[in-house]
Design a protein around this ligand. Sequence first.
Ligand code: 5GP
Length: 114
Amino acid sequence: MTKTLFEQIRDREVPADFVYEDDEVMAIRDINPQAPVHMLVIPKQVIEYVPALKPEHAELMGRMVLVAQQIAREAGLDESGYRLVINTGENAGQSVYHLHIHVLGGRYLEWPPG
Ligand code: 5GP
């Protein structure tokens, strides 16, 4: 089966700027940042998108949010604030079908998004 882009990054077949990695989760800088800080928190296992989540993924998803918390703190975003986003499916503009949390910060983020 064809690997997702993030599996190729996980396996060092595609280069990326890693900001965090453990056995289950990795975080990289987005190649096309939409804010001064734009990072992606990604599970090493492929979960296509939110509708594919199962109860056994609950702990992994919790760990991903904690990784987002850690890298946002390390990027100095705690005081100014930041946004966590999971684009899900076509209407949300999901382009990589390997679930990931965007961590965006470093500027004011409009709400609702356009
Ligand atoms: P989505 O649109 O699926 O929510 O987010 C996918 C993200 O992956 C986009 O923000 C896009 O800029 C980022 N991206 C696409 N290709 C690459 C790549 O090769 N390297 C990195 N680091 N990010 C990528």
